[in-house]
Design a protein. Sequence first.
Length: 262
Amino acid sequence: MRILVCAKQVPDTNEVRIDPVKGTMIREGVPSILNPDDANALEAALAIKDENPGTEVIVMTMGPPQAAEMLRECLAMGADEAYLLSDRAFGGADTWATSATLAAGIKKIKKIDMVLAGRQAIDGDTAQVGSQIAQRLKMPVVTYVEDIKIADKKAIVHRQMEDGYEVIEVELPCLLTCVKELNEPRYMSIRGIMEAYEQPITTWNHEDIGLSPEACGLNASPTQVFRSFTPPAKGGGEMITGTTVSEIAGSLVSKLKEKHII
């Protein structure tokens, strides 16, 4: 079995700041990390590999050259191959253009039995790319997967719902998007880290995957971010206390009258 994991390098959102004048994200000095949901997808692939000898796990990302460091982390965790789609032509891509690029890369690799991806990326929160890739590859897709079993060339998965889960059986090849409840990602091993820096990372540009500059990046993006901003801080709230419900309600009514709300 050959499993491909779509991963993304994202800024650590605990430290993201927005330029108040330009309305753009300040990336200088902000560390980059493997998108958390993608780490769950990778762990799912590695767990299947552990249970099924001969399984290959391939990781692919679209990003700048420095995204290779994130791919080496994936190799250190246990992935077998890594592919980086990097080209200035890919810059400014929205989810539609991103899915087109990743799908083109996956088609070039060929013979993929399953594609795994995180539910969404923490820097965009759209949860669109996985499903769009499946549409382009003409694969069945199940989103919000919290459990995976492989049997008889099928995947039996639990799809997370607000009040429980659905059990869905889907034939391979398929694409699954994973949630954090699926597993706990493993740590990199010392040996894995050493071997990861000896493994090659295949880098492809738009020509390598058969896309024209007009079919990727900003040129192929029907949506664009106009502005990003940090909402202004709100004033502190006021707790109304009292010994009885009537007393609390009376205090609330008095304050609302003071502000001419009622």
